[in-house]
Design a protein around this ligand. Structure first.
Ligand code: TRP
Length: 445
């Protein structure tokens, strides 16, 4: 059957960057860095991206490009009749779980964007930003409407195809996103008292490194931010031809993803410190703390519009990459059309999102895992269990199962001086690193 391809290598690069740059860079990075002490966390995070993240990214993209198939089909093709492909199903399942909560938070972002545009959030709600956010996310209808609207956009882009949908959207979104974030960063740095925020982000306080949870947070964030372990990058790689060189491309994607996270940090922390607010507000940082800050700063309503526009664009370009994982699988395995696959898959994800949204309010008593609500449980299973298993499998597949010569050919590393460094990282360091965080995350270590 005919499989689509990217129109150009730059189209692939933008799409992969679009996948990587998302809520993870702006919303998740800022609160995880805030909670873990800033500068020292940033250095650990950079080390994780460089030593484990980028080598695994090259691995994941190469598996897809080599096999020219979806996450299940790729393993079946490269290791016929071997059980590796079972992990592909885990990837498809993770895609459902991740988009099942990611799209709800994206819906919140869309709601904020709309309300800043309409001028509703530019003035502080009578009850204050915190209570207004709380009553919005616990409402049984409102957030589901925005989540639904968000999913409609995501489904529409994916059903329009690789070139006309995904590649096109990213070609528009990514440059727009970069321009807006850079403008916001310049503005934020110009605020009185911004220096403290930059110090927090860039001046390491090494004492935080005594706490093992900082290491786990850094590796987990690197995985999430580079979209590793689900098969997103594998699926995107499968639309590439053999003639494109991969090592440089994956380093470029890793660097851009990191730059976007740092730029978001430069947008957020100087503003947080300029208004003397604590940086460790957690997941609420973007939805409560920032609006409070925007409310006090000159041109805050314009900043609010731009900030939530960029957050929404980043969320869309990541969500389409997550939806594409099961869509590619269903197109091949069930012989569905792209349109049918996108709509059916998107609707199921919408349904999961409804559950995680209701879990903030009327279903808040439902705690599938520990005392986590539905959304946090989905995040927990996907991020702490499925993603590490997916990433570990990819590392073992190329590091141990496929022979070395084929692996170098698949990654375009045959003539590279760095091939042995890469191989050692993928063969030993990545698996060990992943196993350590995995055991830690499930509470064994
Ligand atoms: N990387 C994206 C972000 O930072 C989210 C994302 C897209 C993702 N695809 C993924 C996360 C696959 C984990 C796995 O927001």
């Amino acid at each position: 059957m005919h499989r689509e391809k990217w129109a150009s290598k730059i189209g692939f690069m933008l799409a992969a960057m679009g996948s990587a740059v998302g809520l993870g860079n702006i919303w998740r990075f800022s609160y995880v860095a805030g909670e873990n002490g800033g500068g020292a966390f940033l250095i650990l995070y950079l080390a994780c991206i460089l030593i484990i993240g980028i080598p695994l990214l090259l691995t994941e993209v190469s598996i897809g490009r080599q096999a020219q198939s979806d996450v299940v089909g790729s393993y079946q093709k490269l290791a016929p009749k071997k059980p590796w492909y079972l992990v592909g199903y885990l990837g498809v399942a993770s895609a459902f779980l991740i988009l099942g909560f990611y799209s709800v938070i994206s819906g919140w972002s869309l709601y904020y964007f709309w309300n800043y545009l309409a001028g509703q959030l530019a003035v502080e709600p009578a009850s204050g930003y915190q209570a207004a956010f709380g009553s919005f996310i616990t409402n049984p209808f409102q957030p589901i409407f925005w989540h639904g609207l968000f999913m409609v956009m995501v489904i529409f882009i994916v059903l329009s195809g690789i070139k006309k949908g995904i590649e096109m959207a990213n070609k528009v979104f990514m440059p727009t996103l970069a321009i807006i974030l850079i403008l916001l960063a310049i503005y934020s740095v110009s605020l009185d008292g911004a220096v403290e925020g930059l110090k927090f982000l860039f001046q390491p306080d090494w004492s935080v490194l005594q706490d093992p949870s900082v290491y786990i947070a850094a590796l987990g964030q690197a995985f999430f931010s580079l979209s590793l372990g689900v098969g997103t990058m594998l699926t995107y790689g499968s639309y590439l031809s053999k003639q494109h060189r991969l090592p440089g491309a994956t380093v470029g994607i890793g660097i851009m993803d990191t730059l976007f996270a740092i730029i978001s940090g430069i947008v957020i922390f100087p503003a947080v410190f300029a208004f003397q607010i604590q940086p460790d507000a957690g997941p609420d940082l973007v939805f409560i703390t920032l609006p409070e800050i925007f409310n006090q700063m000159p041109f805050g309503s314009v900043v609010g519009i731009l900030f939530f526009l960029s957050l929404t664009l980043a969320a869309i370009s990541s969500s389409i990459s997550i939806l594409e994982v099961p869509v590619a699988y269903f197109i091949r395995a069930m012989k569905w059309s792209r349109k049918q696959a996108s709509i059916v898959t998107g609707l199921i994800m919408f349904g999961l999102g409804v559950l995680s949204s209701l879990g903030m309010g009327v279903l808040s008593g439902v705690t599938p895992i520990g005392d986590n609500n539905i959304m946090d449980s989905m995040d927990f299973i996907a991020s702490n269990i499925f993603l590490p298993i997916g990433g570990l499998t990819m590392a073992l597949f190329f590091g141990w199962y496929i022979n070395k010569k084929e692996v170098f050919a698949a990654t375009d590393l045959t003539n590279s001086r760095l091939r042995h460094v890469w191989y050692t990282l993928v063969r030993y360091l990545a698996p060990i690193g992943i196993i350590v965080i995995f055991l830690n995350a499930i509470g064994v270590l």
